[in-house]
Design a protein around this ligand. Sequence first.
Ligand SMILES: [Zn+2]
Length: 447
Amino acid sequence: MFTRILTASLVLTALVFGQAAKLKEIKPGMNFFKKDQDIQMGKEYAQQIEQQYDVLAPGPLTDYINFLGQKIAQQPQAGGFPYVFKVVNDPTINAFALPGGPVFINSGILLNAENEGQLMGVVAHEVSHIALRHSTNQVSRSMLIQLPAMLAGAYGQAKGGLTGMLAQIGVGLGANGLLMKFSRGAEQQADLLGARMMAQVGYNPIEMARFFETLEAKSGRGKSGPDFFSSHPNPGNRSKYVSEEVTLLPQRDFKADTGRFEKMKLLAKNLPEPKKKAGAVPNQPEKNQDGSRTWTGENFQVSYPGEWLGLGEPKSPTVTIAPREVIKQEGNNVQIGLGVVIAHYEDEDGRFDFKADTQKLIQQVMQQNPTMGRTMPPINQHQINGRNVYVAKLTSKSSLDGGNEIDTIVTMEHRGTMLYMVFIAPERQMQQVQRDFDAILNSLRLD
Ligand SMILES: [Zn+2]
């Protein structure tokens, strides 16, 4: 009896797998987060997004996207996350998926899509990132050492929730884009899994590949600013591998269409001006009498020119300060080609050794910036406001003018660990900003 059941189930397994034998298995990579931590994190970030962007209130457009989205969300490969689909009133071509379920689609996607299949392609692609847990996988891979200890320890007790804790180690939607910048491998996975789910609900996956290729062609001309491809890098050959995938799929009858696409596109076209611009200026501390502003971080204060912006969470261990006009926000990824970054550095072993830690920090910065070259710069010791500091100068390629960029790293001891400042400027503008940099450095107060 027992044997017979076993045999029957083996046959069944062979049938199921036999059919899909040629399809490559696509599954999530290593991850230190639990699935419910993905969900928790996504909810917390979604609140931030709702505050920052002009997310449309419930209405026909949101209903439409949600209707399409839920079709994909119900597919077994979507992993059963609590998916929520919303439309952002923003004509730039972008869409993003937060861990654990929230998907935001810019109205710009609708405006540029030619048919429902193309829109569905973006939806299926974003759902795949969530299902494959690419964001938290990316963070897990980048924080091999800090993250496990952190998640094991303070989770649940942290005041600012999971996102607050992640912000402490420099992970967020804004500052470094670590959560949102997918690898090319992840992009291809999201295309292929998205293609399968699209096909299952009756849409031709090739529309997704075609749409991405059209968008890529448009975005290269710098037309509409921050876009999809800064967080979703093009893996190349999309049409080719997606059409190959289609030949392996059991479903080839792609006739699904709600017939509502053109009407919805028109609604998107007639949306009012966005109420909040993407990347709205974060709240700044009041101006001081001399026109400067003072940022209060965790155990430090620093003043900066009144027309510059402080970017970060107040009272947190890190802040980025830069002139408004040089802040390049590509999707959720903020880049500065001129400005100052202040943060804490802690060595893996957790033991403080001022000079050795300074060297390790510089090595890491060099590794993260391929244009910096491989030669360790000289490290000089100075006194600033009675404090011992190390100073090192690095050169890289400027994102502002394509010339040289000078990155000056200043490190100092602070509460048994190391605080560092990186002063970033194109070589050609160094003279103009030197006074601002000096003022910022001299204003630093540690407590
Ligand atoms: Zn993507």
